[in-house]
Ligand binder design. Structure first.
Ligand code: CP3
Length: 318
């Protein structure tokens, strides 16, 4: 969740003068950036440094990741003819991912490496809008107005995502996380009709790999059961839904989450109280991976993050 290092001075200095997508193509840089928060904070797992847009870039879509804005697509996908520009992903086009994962697993030893990809809906929202969007109007216009084109686009994105995750799995990641960050913009009925079959294609396609499949979105309080039914093992929850409520919605599923990233700007007493609450609520689930409820904000004080990790370790060791 964009947390590898945006708040770390050592990340900023490594990235100085290197564009985001360019940094993702350099296995040495990817390895070093992925290791930085593990070394500094002593977290229990590493998240692979990359971006959800990397496989689309590798599949030939003309795009950029602009600092402070996010992904920007040069020619948005709006018609059947535009679909031709979304090519299948050749695993050889992301050989730098394969290489970086191998370098990392050699360095991390027993610390798990979490691989990831963007889910079809969230990728489609960037492709159709051409960039970040508040109301996803163009995306929804295609979804409702041309369902055939919509399903063809999402099917293609599901194949790209599946290929991208299989590359990471073959190279040795221990778990995968499928990010459907913006799917909370949909009602449950629309999610089931327009999105779930495509997310299921990705998640079911990984079933044989036998590693945990984590699925996360923002504002998904009402979508959690449908997201679990898409084939996820672990459900990521944003900060709006208390974990004990989420646990009731998706019985049998371990949860990941969900400290509000903005709480890290509050006085320490508040941070501690909120960490304790998240851990207590997480105990009602069959398993709990402590995490933030969305990405670390760039202005976050990294020393607070280190204290949070220490506190979680102390409290969960009991
Ligand atoms: O946590 C990590 O740093 C691991 C790697 C990671 C990144 N992006 C690196 C990144 C992961 C897991 C992502 C996922 C991602 N990217 C998602 C899904 C998770 C989520 O946060 O919702 C989404 C929606 C994106 C698309 C994207 N990429 C956005 C919205 C942005 C932020 C733009 C900004 O500057 O505010 C990016 C850029 C990005 N991806 C950064 C990082 C570290 C920051 C850019 C930079 O350092 O220059």
């Amino acid at each position: 969740m964009r947390q590898a290092g945006r708040s770390l001075p050592e990340y900023r200095s490594l990235r100085a003068g290197v564009r985001m997508l360019e940094s993702c193509r350099q296995p040495d840089l990817v390895t070093e950036i992925t290791m930085q928060p593990v070394r500094r904070h002593g977290v229990d797992a590493a998240i692979f440094f990359s971006d959800i847009m990397v496989p689309l870039d590798a599949a030939g879509v003309d795009l950029d990741i602009v600092a402070g804005t996010g992904p920007v697509v040069a020619e948005p996908v709006r018609t059947l003819a535009d679909l031709d520009r979304v090519r299948p992903l050749d695993p050889a086009a992301v050989s730098y991912v394969d290489e970086a994962v191998r370098m990392l697993t050699a360095e991390l030893l027993a610390t798990p490496l979490i691989g990831f990809a963007g889910a079809p809906f969230t990728l489609a929202s960037y492709l159709v809008e051409g960039g970040p969007s508040r109301n996803h109007t163009k995306t929804k216009a295609m979804m409702y107005g041309n369902p055939q084109l919509w399903h063809a686009l999402l099917d293609r994105l599901a194949d790209i995502t599946l290929t991208f995750l299989k590359v990471q799995i073959a190279a040795g990641v221990s778990a995968v996380q499928l990010f459907d960050s913006w799917v909370g913009a949909l009602s449950e009925a629309d999610y089931r009709e327009y999105v779930q079959p495509h997310s299921r294609k990705v998640l079911d396609g990984l079933a044989d790999a036998g590693l945990p499949r984590i699925h996360f979105g923002v504002g998904t309080g009402l979508l959690l059961p449908a997201m679990a039914q898409a084939g996820a093992d672990v459900i990521g929850v944003d900060w709006r839904t208390p974990l004990d409520q989420a646990a009731k919605q998706v019985p049998g599923h371990p949860l990941q989450g969900n400290l509000d990233p903005a709480v890290l700007f509050a006085p320490w007493e508040v941070v501690e109280r909120e960490v304790r609450r998240v851990l207590a609520e997480g105990r009602t689930a069959p398993g709990h991976v402590f995490n933030l409820g969305h990405g670390v904000l760039p202005e976050t004080d990294p020393t607070v993050l280190t204290r949070v990790v220490e506190l979680v370790h102390t409290l969960s060791a009991r």
